[in-house]
Design a protein around this ligand. Structure first.
Ligand code: KE4
Length: 427
């Protein structure tokens, strides 16, 4: 069933570390051989062996319209025919900046980059340059790309600054990062009371999609906003995943909270490399060439990538798009929970807009420690059994899943049928 993927994986490991260009693709979390895909169309992917899958990864979020959407492909083709990159301003970047600022009112200004990592790395440097402070706060279980300051795990005790979570990150870099518990209001208040005036910024996934799927309480998010305001701390919403995924206004609209800076990626490129960071004009004014915070990029605002992103944003802005998307996601998660219940398997699920989380646990977890109590082994068996039944889920128990506008009721029904057969196998 997977012979060609297996052959390609062996060959790829000769020339690419681990055979992949991003670690999660290597299937290390679930075991087995990664699937090599050759084509995607709508809700479906075809692998190197010709197997078809209903895809719930969607390139980790960008494919919100489904794969190879005709209008997006046409926008890319037409733009590419006019030249791929100029390293100079284009009107298209102005159109994209205006569109982002109109869709997210917290964006007074925005700068385009080529990935989510570039967006968060730049936003962090900007917050430090704006405040003149070095310390930052992130949360256990949240991922913000692979910038050094963010590859940090919690220190040994409360108020102890972080240690590197990756080789190659100097301890003195990690020492500026404080890692707190997601959704824990008491700890947040104690921390701000102790060191609030030393903190340049807090960066948070306003819906956590990198420890599976964890929705914080609105009360917690309001407390975070209030504490940042009171201590002159820049509040950064990392909406690389949630932006234009949980709703047209992102998680900031869902919670009714205005961050000082927002980072974006994934959907705004529609599958092409686009990231962005933006927010308060007084903060953005510190960016070169206006101010002293340097940030740059050869392909930043690349017209072909921006063309794909603009067409994607246009299509998802159509009336009712997110209502329909949320309905599809809800029918998937409710159907899976019912199927698991009918087979007596401890299972829970949660979703917001077009993203969801599946847990082999009785309850939906509220933080990283709770996520870690879910039955990872059972997830991994579920993952492989569903793969064999033509359903492609995220290859890790610690990743969120994604639905697209191309997923039909029939696709959801087929997925629930496959899950019912699988749940009865892994009871
Ligand atoms: P990229 O540099 O991968 O474009 O974005 C980094 C990033 C930043 N912030 C959030 C909230 C993110 O989810 C990400 C990237 N997400 C992962 C999925 N867990 C991308 C998949 C991968 O690393 O291959």
């Amino acid at each position: 069933m997977f012979e060609n993927s297996q052959k390609l994986f062996i060959e790829s490991q000769r020339f690419i570390p681990g055979g992949v260009n991003s670690p999660v693709r290597a299937f290390r979390a679930v075991g087995g051989t990664p699937i090599f895909f050759k084509e995607g169309r709508g809700a479906y992917l075809w692998d190197a062996d010709g197997n078809r899958y209903i895809d719930f990864v969607g390139s980790w979020g960008p494919a919100i319209l489904g794969h190879a959407h005709a209008e997006v492909v046409r926008a890319v083709q037409e733009r590419a025919a006019k030249g791929l990159s100029f390293g100079a301003p284009t009107e298209l970047e102005l159109v994209m900046a205006e569109r982002l600022c109109s869709l997210l009112p917290s964006l007074e200004q925005v700068r385009l980059v080529s990935s989510g990592t570039e967006a968060t790395m730049s936003a962090l440097r900007l917050a430090r340059g704006f405040t003149g402070r070095s310390k930052i706060i992130k949360f256990e279980g949240c991922y913000h790309g692979h910038g050094d300051a963010l590859l940090v795990k919690a220190g040994s005790g409360a108020l102890t600054f972080g240690n590197p979570s990756s080789a190659g990150v100097p301890p003195e870099v990690a020492a500026h990062t404080l890692v707190l518990t997601y959704n824990d209001g008491d700890e947040l208040e104690k921390t701000f009371k102790a060191v609030g005036n030393e903190i340049a910024c807090v960066i948070i996934e306003p819906v956590a999609g990198n420890m599976n799927f964890v929705l914080p309480s609105t009360q917690y998010m309001r407390l975070l906003r209030d504490l940042c305001t009171r201590h002159g701390v820049v509040l950064i919403f990392d909406e690389v995943m949630t932006g234009f995924r949980v709703g047209l206004g992102g998680a900031q609209e869902h919670f009714g909270i205005t961050p000082d800076l927002t980072t974006l990626g994934k959907v705004i490129g529609g599958g092409m490399p686009v990231g962005a960071f933006g927010g308060r004009r007084d903060i953005m004014a510190h960016l070169a060439p206006l101010g002293g915070v340097y940030q740059a990029g050869t392909l930043s605002g690349n017209p072909v990538a921006v063309a794909a992103g603009l067409k994607t944003l246009e299509l998802i802005s159509q009336p009712g798009f997110f209502d329909r998307l949320a309905k599809t996601t809800g029918s998937l998660t409710h159907g899976l929970v019912a199927a698991a219940k009918s087979c007596g398997v401890p299972f829970s699920a949660a979703s917001l807009g077009g993203m969801f989380g599946l847990f082999f646990a009785e309850e939906v977890p509220g933080n990283f420690a709770a996520v870690m109590t879910a039955d990872r082994d059972r997830f991994n068996r579920f993952f492989h059994a569903m793969l064999k039944r033509g359903i492609y889920l995220a290859p890790s128990a610690f990743e969120a899943g994604f639905v697209s506008a191309a997923h039909s009721d029939a696709d959801i029904a087929a997925t629930i049928n496959a899950a019912t057969a699988t749940f009865s196998e892994i009871t």
